[in-house]
Design a protein around this ligand. Structure first.
Ligand SMILES: Cc1cc2nc3c(=O)[nH]c(=O)nc-3n(C[C@H](O)[C@H](O)[C@H](O)COP(=O)(O)OP(=O)(O)OC[C@H]3O[C@@H](n4cnc5c(N)ncnc54)[C@H](O)[C@@H]3O)c2cc1C
Length: 416
């Protein structure tokens, strides 16, 4: 199904009876070259790259529910590459570059909006650390600007500068950062993979792995066994549960993260802004709602709903950063299950089981990683070798003490 202005007009005149599903309702076949477990953004992007870049078309994506129902359709849509560790910046910058051409690559409108992402600094020490981060970003080819308070007052007049409890001392701006319509990303990758011959199979839960002599030969599913030359797992918040089926214990905990949307407002917030004295990030959707979030709930859970203390915390931080926000009414909130790794950075690697590969530990940052994650996981599945920009994201780094601790917070998911 292609979309165009002409098609829209034609369907409007015909009562919208001619629209077709964007991808086939595929039935599972007995065997594939590659099986990808998880039909979220990462699983679908992996299938797209396997088929389109590596020419591997006997691929199935197995999704226990419906495409887009997981975190790929639940996040606050922020993309950026403003990371502070040498291992992370090149990977997220590669992802940002893929976002910049995503709509052309997929021929799909994903509403990529490079409106700028601003991180606020409220202490001199924070300004120093942002200066270091900005320099690292520039060395890796990313854009970064350190703005003074005076410059911020000119460009971001809606922030609470005067009488603020946490005075704004400066900010790190990445103008190429922004937002992307999250569920369109899942739909775009699903359509692209499907057109390249991939079977996107919904309502198909993986319940076990067929492991013989230390090698993974396929999966058990609610729709029968499926043989696979190689199996890749990309199930985000369910990572611990699913990999336990293969006898693998991961350095990952599952926590709830909530998101919030206000009533529709006239345009007041043209950028993505994050608060530096706590954890709060906010943007305004094209429909006018303010979309925001904060910390994870802080306890392990597989429930996709949150709790009230986080609501209070997030709203306090929002009102402190942009006082005008306190007058907006929250319309909706929801939760998603986050795969929090012990150093705040992801894992894209082979596992101790031959033929079984893992992608996860995305914490707060997995949406922005979607294109690069798909590219790198597909590279690993197709060639057996790590893609250069994902080479540091090894599973054994925790055992070796070579963690990539983005925030220097140690093994505490709540602080990443
Ligand atoms: C509230 C919230 C806000 C966020 N905001 C941002 C943000 O602004 N920017 C950012 O970069 N990141 C953000 N994230 C993180 C980001 O959404 C995730 O890291 C990312 O989407 C995870 O990858 P995915 O899209 O593949 O996950 P998912 O969409 O969750 O995909 C995993 C899929 O695996 C399926 N699955 C699980 N178990 C099985 C099984 N046994 N068999 C078959 N299928 C299975 C699930 O049903 C699911 O569809 C946010 C997350 C949340 C919850």
């Amino acid at each position: 199904m292609d979309y165009s202005g002409w098609r829209l007009l034609r369907e409007a005149l015909r009562g919208h009876r001619g629209w077709r599903p964007a991808w086939r309702r595929a039935e599972p076949r007995p065997a594939y070259d590659v099986v990808v477990v998880g039909g979220g953004g990462h699983g679908l992007a992996t299938a797209h790259f396997l088929a389109r870049v590596h020419g591997i078309r006997r691929v199935a994506v197995l999704e226990r529910g419906l495409v887009g129902q997981g975190n790929v359709g639940r996040n606050t849509t922020i993309i950026r590459s403003n990371y502070g560790r040498e291992a992370n910046v090149p990977f997220y910058e590669a992802s940002l570059q893929l976002w910049e051409r995503l709509e052309q690559d997929l021929n799909y409108n994903a509403m990529v909006s490079q409106r700028g992402v601003l991180n606020l600094a409220h202490t001199d020490a924070q300004v120093d650390s942002f200066r270091r981060r900005g320099n690292l970003m520039r060395l890796a080819g990313a854009d970064a600007e350190l703005l003074s308070e005076a410059e911020l007052r000119r460009e971001f007049p809606y922030l609470g500068f005067d009488g603020a409890r946490f005075p704004i001392r400066g900010g790190l701006l990445q103008r190429r950062g922004g937002t992307v319509r999250h569920d369109a990303v899942a739909w775009g990758y699903a359509r692209s993979a499907d057109r390249a011959g991939v079977d996107v199979i919904e309502d198909c839960e993986v319940t076990g792995f067929r492991i013989r002599g230390g090698r993974c030969l396929g999966v058990e599913t609610t729709r029968g066994p499926i043989e696979a030359g190689r199996t890749g797992v990309a199930v985000a918040g369910r990572s611990g549960e699913v990999m336990a089926l293969a006898g693998i214990r991961l350095p990952i905990e599952s926590h709830v993260l909530q998101a919030f949307v206000t009533e529709g407002l006239k345009p007041i917030l043209p950028h993505v802004v994050t608060f530096g004295a706590g954890h709060f990030y906010c943007s305004q959707s094209d429909k006018g709602g303010l979309v925001f979030g904060g910390d994870i709930d802080g306890y392990n859970s597989y429930a996709q709903r949150g709790n009230l203390p986080i609501v209070e915390d997030v709203c306090e931080e929002g009102a402190s950063m942009i006082p005008a926000i306190s007058r907006a009414r929250v319309l909706r909130m929801w939760g998603g299950i986050m795969d929090m790794s012990m150093d705040g950075s992801p894992i894209i690697d082979r596992t101790p089981v031959d033929g079984l590969f893992f992608n996860g530990g995305w914490c707060y940052g997995g949406f922005k990683a979607t294109p690069a994650s798909g590219m790198c996981f597909a590279h690993l599945l197709a060639t057996g070798e790590a893609h250069p920009v994902a080479a540091p994201f090894r599973l054994d780094r925790f055992a070796r003490g070579a963690t990539i601790d983005e925030r220097g917070a140690g093994p505490h998911p709540m602080r990443h």
